[in-house]
Design a protein around this ligand. Structure first.
Ligand code: ZN
Length: 332
């Protein structure tokens, strides 16, 4: 027989006990439950409907909490679960947006992956399948537009099938209710427009149209998709040259008007809410710096770290769609 301490899961020494063949398991649940509370729970049928919620909540709080009588305090412990942490952060975000208008939103690929749009840079992203130097540079397009359209035809086909998700819709709704003044996006998928966003700055262009580099003719997304049914690359209806999607390719300048407006909005923002961007692609990644330098606050909703996490007033590491719909609920 050895005398040895038994330490329970939460790290507290229970006692010094003497063990033979038997094992002493510290019964945390027992230790945490006050009998007085348990005796009150007999059968749910004994309670009025409005009492059941209280009993279930109190029982849960007793199980998760310490064994003192203050159920109110124990209920706080229960609410420290993961989803409630996000809930608390969403409440903080709602407060920030209520008091810090105007709120400007900056979105990246993370908001559209929930619609099924693949992102570019993740381990399963588009650039792991396609070398951007061969398919996404302006010089590649000038050299071999048909080859570049092999890549874009697949993207156009995919993007013609996806729908805006609850995150896109929540942002459009927040704009309509006056909580969001504008959305700056790195995405070219056109989902913000389809969800109803009005003041939208697409700093990397959009697939909603394509233009002829020779004569300037512009072709709509629907016409491009129709043309791709007959040919590997869509020709210009005026001159027959192959049109280029109106997305910014590597080696092209960002649309000057759009990027200037984005910087202006970032400086004027009471809150810059970043959604689904790891803030790695410049110059958009410099927008939070503009907001912070001008005295605005920063909020980040993104799965995974960003270089600005330490400086954000609110940081939510969760899915964009669910977080934004909860934000909408909290604000309305
Ligand atoms: Zn043309």
């Amino acid at each position: 027989m050895d005398a040895q301490p038994v330490v329970e899961v939460c790290g507290l020494a229970v006692t010094h006990v003497r063990l033979e063949d038997e094992r002493l398991d510290p019964l945390c649940a027992q230790r945490r439950v006050t009998a007085r509370e348990l005796r009150e729970i007999r059968d749910a049928g004994h309670f009025e409907p409005d009492e059941i919620g209280r009993v279930v909540r109190d029982a849960l709080s007793v199980c998760f909490g310490e064994a003192h009588g203050d159920v109110g305090v124990e209920a706080e412990v229960v609410h420290r679960g993961h989803s409630t942490e996000v809930g608390t952060e969403v409440q903080q975000l709602a407060r920030l947006i209520r008091t810090g208008r105007p709120c400007v939103v900056l979105t990246g690929a993370g908001i559209s992956t929930e619609s099924g749009v693949p992102d570019f840079r993740s381990p399963t992203g588009i650039w792991t399948q396609y070398d951007p130097m061969e398919y996404a540079t302006i010089s590649a397009f000038r050299r071999d537009p048909v080859k570049v359209w092999e890549f874009y035809a697949r993207r156009f086909e995919l993007l013609s099938e996806v729908e805006p998700n609850e995150g896109h819709r929540a942002l459009a709704d927040l704009e309509q209710r006056g909580y969001v003044s504008a959305v700056v996006t790195q995405n070219v998928d056109g989902l913000h427009t389809r969800a109803g966003s009005q003041d939208l700055i697409e700093v990397h262009g959009s697939i909603r149209s394509a233009s002829c580099l020779a004569c300037g003719e512009r072709v709509s997304f629907a016409d491009v998709v129709a043309a791709l049914g007959d040919a590997p690359a869509p020709p210009c209806p005026s001159c027959g040259e192959i049109v280029k999607p109106d997305v910014v390719m590597f080696g092209e300048l960002l649309p000057l008007g759009a990027i200037e407006r984005a910087f202006e909005l970032a400086r004027e923002a009471g809150v810059l809410l970043v959604v689904g961007s790891s803030l790695e692609v410049h110059p958009v990644a410099a927008l939070p710096e503009e907001t912070l330098a001008a005295g605005g606050e920063l909020a980040i909703v993104n799965r995974g770290p960003t270089p600005y996490d330490e400086r954000a007033a609110v940081r939510v590491n969760a899915a964009a769609g669910q977080t934004l719909s909860r934000l909408l609920e909290a604000l309305t």
